[in-house]
Design a protein around this ligand. Structure first.
Ligand code: MN
Length: 735
């Protein structure tokens, strides 16, 4: 690479002064590194140019690109910080100083020598693997945070430096390759992820994976290559179709295929425990639309054209990820019967997703778009910078970081020494769910650094965590209670909710079954045929029918009404145990006038009401009450509403007498209330007896009711049970 190429790649908003600064930095770097070679045999300045080029691609300001060119001068050449300060000013000098301090990080502790990129051979050390990682992480975190607190741009330069070192890793001896790659996966890729710089994160991951697990890398890469042309064609076709469909709905969108990264495929295979072939057909497209409302409209359009795959929808617009990533994610069954993943976002979200913190400077290209969130974070960093001078000790420093952005993560260890990155405040339950969903569900306790801790324990950076699990079982509802502080991460919350959703079916089934059985018992019904009943309500299985009752989709009322219908068609109805005696059967058209017993009654000639019609009485002068249909035009015209009385058809012939027992704590007016409820339902009381226990105050009321059908009986029993002091109302068994 030549300086001329870098100058062409510089962001378009650079001024002439900016370009001159970059060129001057190059001249100094070239001279300083004169004679030095990379492991590849190239002149060392090629590395400086490449790092600067990555920074230019991120569209960082000129001072950052210049610092990228100079980043190794103070460390590896005769150039001093004072030289830089004199020639390039304070800003460039302090950026280079920050990077130099980060570069020297692996030399801080003996154990870390092994991880030094361009250092000498590894020293022997006897610390365990876990201690080594722990020391490394704490120390590098400290350095990283210190550097970040000065200037987040330092970390971006360091990431660009690491990226180019990874791109040229092939020239180092295999043992070094593996160690540097592992460190990249452990620290630098998560750091890029933390800053939201996807562009750097995925490449660090793929390169790191390539050296840490070359066999798996090659296998996936070659399988991807096999179908590359075909896949690209499919993606182009899918993108065109989506663009068409959105255009028909009046939505302007950029749609394009999304490349799959090897490490992310590998992790998906691991996570889902499936071979590559199972993921082969998964393709992704990205849809970019103008604003947030259009994101949701576009989602709706996609979902109406292609069947969404259940459980694959995520709304990261309403619930942004920890690193403030936003998008709508869904997956649909596309027209070629294969899965298509769709991400929908606005241009701003896209910028942030690709460039993270660095997007801030990209925004500046256009207008002075201010990212308030970013400003807030930078302000916090400035404050931190002021007191950081007083802080020498790493642990004290980490503890001092109570809020915000860069310090809102903790790094903890699995028993095997793997590092897990969690938000501050994360608990053992969060940890368990991050290891594996099933471990989360069965988590019952935890040991931290070998000691038992409560599940509400807040994990600290450096903790080694061991989860104690039950053999089976699931999460507790308490875990979702925000006041108990048992779960911090969204991911764990989502998993817990999912579990309860699945459980809900079981619970609804049990509940529905209990409710039905109780109702049948109360109504004195035995051996109700459930299958025809379930089929009648369109449930394929009795279990589904129970679930519907349990979750309230199907009301007991409807079921009891259906039973009453069945009853009429039956030769041996449920209520035959107590058929009403013949002499007591009232005339078929007996009419009861509420509160006006004994009044002369006649049916109106105008509307000729028949039993079963809704009716109303009109009190005449001298001729008693005339019964009309409620919708009779003559009634609708009546001015003097006071003459209208409520009437109802009498108990029909097919009434059954049913012994009912009510248990209640006796109180004033209890019997009156019971009588009113029964009369209100149009039910006659044939017989009553009351026994009150003086010792307990418990009243046993035995009633003989004359009911039309079990639906009516069910209503009466329900209403009786809802009266104050009533404990139970149920049909007494025959016999
Ligand atoms: Mn370097």
């Amino acid at each position: 690479m030549q300086i001329e190429q870098l100058l062409v790649h510089l962001p378009p908003y650079y001024t002439l002064a900016d370009k001159t600064l970059v060129e001057r930095a190059y001249r100094v770097a070239e001279k300083a590194h004169q004679g030095q070679k990379r492991a590849s045999g190239e002149p060392y300045v090629q590395h400086c140019l490449a790092v600067a080029d990555i920074l230019a691609e991120l569209r960082m300001p000129a001072a950052v690109v210049a610092a990228g060119l100079l980043h190794d001068t103070v460390e590896d050449t005769d150039v001093t910080l004072d030289d830089l300060r004199r020639d390039f000013g304070e800003e460039v000098a302090s950026l280079v100083d920050g990077v130099t301090k980060l570069v020297s990080l692996p030399r801080v502790s003996r154990a870390d020598n092994a991880l030094q990129e361009e250092g000498g051979p590894a020293e022997d050390f006897h610390a365990s693997e876990w201690e080594r990682k722990r020391a490394l992480t704490n120390e590098s975190l400290r350095k990283t945070f210190l550097a970040m607190s000065k200037d987040v741009r330092v970390v971006i330069i360091k990431l660009a430096d690491r990226l180019h070192n990874m791109r040229t890793l092939a020239h180092l001896p295999p043992e070094k390759q593996r160690r540097i790659a592992q460190q990249t996966l452990d620290i630098f890729a998560p750091l890029a992820n933390r800053l939201g710089i996807w562009q750097i994160k995925w490449e660090l991951e793929d390169l790191g994976f390539r050296y840490v697990n070359p066999e798996a890398y090659k296998e996936i890469a070659s399988k991807l290559a096999e179908r590359r042309t075909e896949r690209e064609k499919e993606l182009t076709r899918a993108s065109e179709r989506i663009r068409e469909v959105l255009a028909e709905a009046g939505i302007q969108a950029k749609v394009y295929g999304r490349p799959k990264h090897i490490y992310s495929i590998y992790r998906k295979m691991q996570r889902k425990g499936v071979p590559f072939e199972a993921l082969r057909d998964v393709r992704g497209v990205r849809v970019i639309v103008d604003d947030i409302p259009t994101c949701y409209t576009a989602l709706g359009v996609v979902h109406t054209h292609w069947k969404p795959i259940p459980g694959e929808f995520d709304d990261y617009i309403a619930n942004p990820k920890d690193n403030s990533y936003q998008s709508l994610h869904t997956a649909v069954l596309f027209e070629d019967r294969k899965v298509l993943e769709v991400q929908i976002r606005t241009p701003e979200m896209h910028q942030r997703a690709e460039y993270g913190v660095a997007a801030h400077w990209r925004y500046k290209e256009g207008d002075s778009h201010l990212d308030e969130d970013f400003e807030r974070k930078i302000n916090w960093l400035r404050q931190l910078m002021e007191w950081q001078q007083d802080v020498a000790d790493a642990s004290e420093f980490l503890q001092g970081m109570k809020t915000d952005f860069f310090d809102d993560r903790i790094y903890v260890f699995t028993p095997r020494g793997d590092i897990l990155d969690l938000p501050v405040g994360a608990t053992p339950i969060d940890f368990a769910y991050h290891i594996h969903t099933e471990i989360g569900h069965r988590c019952r306790g935890a040991k931290v650094n070998g000691k038992l801790v409560p599940l509400s324990y807040k994990l600290q950076t450096g903790d080694q965590v061991e989860i104690l699990t039950a053999r089976r079982g699931g999460p507790s509802r308490d875990w979702l209670n925000p006041h108990l502080g048992l779960v911090k991460t969204q991911r764990a919350r989502a998993k817990i909710r999912q579990w309860f959703k699945r459980q809900a079916r079981e619970q609804n089934l049990t509940h529905g079954k209990a409710v039905l059985e109780r109702e049948f018992r109360r109504l004195g019904l035995e051996a109700v045929a459930l299958e025809p009943l379930a089929r009648y309500f369109n449930y394929q299985a009795v279990d589904d029918f129970y679930v519907a009752v349990g979750c309230g989709d199907l009301s007991l009322n409807r079921i009891v009404n259906r039973l009453a219908e069945v009853e009429k068609e039956k030769e041996k109805p449920y209520l035959t145990a107590h058929p009403r005696s013949a002499e007591k059967t009232p005339p078929e058209d007996e009419i009861t006038i509420m509160g006006l017993k004994g009044m002369l009654i006649q049916r109106a000639k105008c509307c000729n009401p028949a039993p079963g019609d809704p009716i109303v009485g009109y009190v005449t002068r001298g001729r008693g009450a005339v019964i009309h249909r409620q919708d009779c035009p003559n009634i609708l015209r009546v001015r003097d509403k006071g003459r209208l009385v409520q009437v109802s058809w009498g108990v029909p012939t097919q009434a059954y007498t049913v012994p009912v027992r009510v248990q209640a704590y006796d109180r004033d007016g209890l019997m009156k209330d019971i009588a009113v409820v029964i009369a209100d339902e149009g039910v006659n009381i044939e017989n009553v007896s009351v026994k009150v226990s003086e010792k307990t105050g418990l009243a046993l009321i035995n009633l003989v009711l004359s009911v039309r059908d079990i639906a009516q009986l069910s209503r009466v029993l329900n209403r009786l049970e809802n009266l104050p002091n009533v404990l139970e109302a149920f049909r007494q068994r025959a016999g």
